[in-house]
Design a protein around this ligand. Structure first.
Ligand SMILES: [Fe+2]
Length: 253
């Protein structure tokens, strides 16, 4: 099967449209989305509606989605994120809000394969270094998870836990390069495809990944695609989103 891996669209319709166009020819069987469909950007309703109607999409709640769907207050959010979250919240009708609130916090999409937002052990955790992934790998081993996809950091990442039980490899998430996966041995993998709608690795292009699975073997590849950043920024300026959130899209941070 072929899967489009995405995360952190953050109400950026133009970015999602670019990823969809770039991957249409691949005809992915499923779309696995690690959360934060909403927050930060100007188009939460369009993003919610498109994923509500997508029969092959599997997705989980992100921390912004929890606030935008009124499940939680924005504790721990910076002031700009709070302003954007409340603007998002005001744009969703009751039906859209309930659908978002009903998403699972994490999801086993296939036997031994999990999608989550922050990490397999904590939806709000930032997995930015190999060091902090250790508890997640311990959890994965305990629960028989060989492959976990996460988001939240907005940085493409790839961590491997080795056969011997304690070796952590922190692999360079090079774009357009296939990485092999073997789910039959002792290895476990944690992969973040990066952010569609608000990349934070210094590259303003939308990030996504393609996964191919055949039995217990597989491979995946990170990709980037440019999108119409100015169109999204114009909407945000018109609707008085905080300048810092508008400008960061240009620099990919
Ligand atoms: Fe996010």
């Amino acid at each position: 099967m072929k899967v489009l891996l995405i995360s952190d669209i953050h109400s950026n319709w133009e970015a999602w449209q670019a990823v969809q166009a770039a991957t249409a020819a691949e005809s992915p069987d499923e779309v696995w989305n690690s959360g934060d469909l909403t927050g930060y950007g100007p188009d939460p309703a369009l993003c919610v509606d498109v994923f509500r109607s997508m029969a092959n999409a599997r997705l989980v709640l992100g921390n912004h989605d929890r606030v935008v769907s009124k499940l939680e207050s924005p504790i721990g959010f910076n002031p700009h994120a709070i302003v954007a979250a409340f603007k998002n919240l005001a744009k969703l009708n009751q039906e859209q809000c309930s659908w978002l609130a009903g998403l699972p916090r994490q999801l086993v999409v296939k036997e031994g394969i999990l999608i989550c937002h922050g990490s397999p052990v904590d939806a709000d955790e930032y997995l930015l270094t190999a060091q902090v992934t250790l508890p997640s790998f311990a959890f994965m081993k305990e629960w028989g998870i060989r492959l976990a996809f996460f988001g939240h950091t907005h940085v493409p990442s790839f961590f491997v836990y080795g056969d011997d039980g304690d070796l952590v490899a922190d692999q360079d998430p090079l774009t357009n390069q296939w990485f092999n996966l073997d789910l039959s041995g002792g290895k476990s993998y944690l992969i973040n495809p990066g952010s569609v709608g608000q990349p934070r690795d210094g590259d303003s292009r939308s990030a996504y990944a393609i996964l191919e699975l055949k039995g217990e073997k597989g491979r995946f590849c990170f990709h980037r695609v440019p999108y119409q950043i100015q169109v999204c920024q114009e909407k945000m300026r018109r609707e008085k989103f905080p300048d810092i959130l508008v400008n960061r899209l240009s620099i990919g941070y």
